[in-house]
Design a protein around this ligand. Structure first.
Ligand code: NAD
Length: 443
């Protein structure tokens, strides 16, 4: 079992395939996107993820990592096939399974011996069994009485620290209903097993729900502290002290207590909506998660209201925006709060000048394509040029050390909206700017 295939070579598939090759396995990464595979074959990495290009180059050179668009080749190459295809939200918020089921069908068409199909995509509870039905039906159509197993192995990596997360996970969750496939997965992750990574072996359904429950809980923490920050603004309390004091309680924990313009990314928004939908389908109210979804959407709008109030209206104003990525360390703009916030600022009549160190291309091509009121800038100071307000939306490290005097000189107005709480209010005020954070006490 020392060769594996990964179907879907995006953020999760490419990191999974690369890290497993680093563990010494032979890996074939397959994708239907020919341009992506061509890039990888020519040594270009289609996503920004720190440390990934060097690790890919090393394992390609060692002959352990290959890329292909050929599904038949990927299926025949390996006894174990990981699925890392997208599960985007459908119109009603439920996860769209077309890519997962298409991949399952393709595996059934090409397999000629026992396979373990390992699902790493985040999927609604019961999908593992659906994958099994699709593969079984495909094999029946061919009259092929082959054996196979389906395993759920949800992925918890974070973009921006994906390699470290994959190599040093808090836990590995393996959902399976037989010992054979469990043992095969344990062998694949042997490197992690040997360094005492906790393994949780469970049923297919439990593993599928672990992922949604984890993401929904983290999203709840963020939405919660955002509301506390909003209250702090109203009652003259400081959310940073509150979050620090709360976090010292071991039952609460200090992570995910940083207020911001609303959570984004390819996971939290879609997974919270999907969990609400899964609850509805089973007649179970997920009212807490439902509130989190709504609170997060309102948080984005609330940021625009804050800017609008500070500027006494948006019409004819120039707003500099720092940050398009949904968080630092990635070029991913999927569901980034920056996108609806910029759109709403533009719809209100503001001209927006934006800068992001990694995510400008993705915004230009995808999320903000065709938005006329938008200027892409060369750097932070260019974004501030002639602006009535400067707004920090992503917590990139380089935004933490701005030359505030230079920013103040570049702007025509004074408003500095620090919507990630990166600065001390006094420090900004000392540069002649008017500071507004989230739930921060001003001198
Ligand atoms: P992605 O969009 O970056 O990559 C998915 C890739 O799959 C794309 O390159 C696409 O071309 C390819 N693809 C689509 N259909 C295919 C098919 N039938 N055969 C082969 N390739 C196909 O997505 P991602 O961010 O890697 O997410 C993948 C899954 O992992 C999702 O379910 C997501 O929820 C989950 N997940 C993502 C993260 C994350 O941080 N991005 C973390 C944990 C889990």
């Amino acid at each position: 079992m020392n060769t594996i295939s990964v179907i879907g070579t995006g953020y999760v598939g490419l990191v999974t395939g690369t890290c497993l090759s680093e563990f010494g396995l032979n890996v074939v990464c397959m994708d239907t996107d020919a341009a992506k595979i061509r890039d990888l074959e020519q040594g270009r990495v289609p996503i920004f993820e720190p440390g990934l290009p060097a690790l890919i180059a090393k394992n390609v050179a060692a002959g352990r990592l290959r890329f292909t668009t050929d599904m038949a080749a990927a299926v025949s190459a390996a006894p174990v096939i990981f699925l890392a295809v997208p599960t985007p939200p459908g119109e009603d918020g439920s996860a769209d399974l077309q890519h997962v089921l298409a991949a399952a069908d393709a595996i059934a068409r090409h397999m000629t011996e026992y396979k373990v199909i390992v699902n790493k995509s985040t999927v609604p509870i019961g999908t593992g069994r659906r994958v099994r039905e699709v593969v079984r039906a495909g094999l029946d159509r061919r009259g092929a009485g082959l054996d196979f197993d389906v395993v759920s192995n949800p992925e918890f990596l974070r973009e921006g620290s994906a390699i470290r997360d994959f190599m040093h996970p808090d836990r590995i969750v393996i959902g399976s209903d037989n010992a054979k496939s469990r043992e095969i997965l344990r062998e694949i992750y042997n490197v992690l097993y040997l360094i005492d990574t906790p393994f949780i072996f469970t049923s297919l359904e439990t593993a599928e729900l672990v992922k949604y429950a984890s993401n929904a809980f983290l999203a709840t923490k963020i939405a919660f502290i955002n509301e506390v920050a909003n209250l702090c603004d109203a009652v003259r309390a400081d959310v940073r002290d509150i979050a620090r004091a709360m976090g010292m309680d071991g039952r609460i924990g200090k992570y995910f207590l940083h207020p911001g313009p609303g959570f984004g990314g390819s996971c939290f928004p879609k997974d919270t909506k999907a969990l609400v939908k899964i609850g509805q389908e089973h007649g179970v109210s997920m009212s807490i998660v439902d509130s989190v979804v709504r609170a997060n959407e309102f948080q984005r709008h609330r940021m625009v209201m804050k800017i609008e109030a500070g500027l006494a209206g948006l019409e004819g104003k120039v707003v500099g925006v720092l940050g398009l990525a949904f968080k630092q360390g990635t070029d991913d703009v999927r569901e980034s709060s920056s996108i609806p916030i910029i759109r709403e600022l533009a719809a209100g009549g503001a001209a927006v000048r934006v800068y992001d160190p990694q995510a400008m291309d993705n915004a230009r091509k995808l999320a903000l394509a065709g938005l006329d009121a938008l200027t892409y800038c060369a750097d932070e100071y260019d974004a501030a040029a002639g602006a009535d307000a400067l707004v920090i939306l992503t917590e990139w490290n380089q935004f933490r050390h701005l030359d505030l005097a230079r920013i103040a000189r570049a702007m025509r107005g004074r408003r500095f909206f620090d919507l990630r709480n990166l600065y001390e209010p006094d420090e900004v005020a000392g540069s002649g700017l008017i500071y507004e954070g989230l739930g921060r006490l001003q001198a």
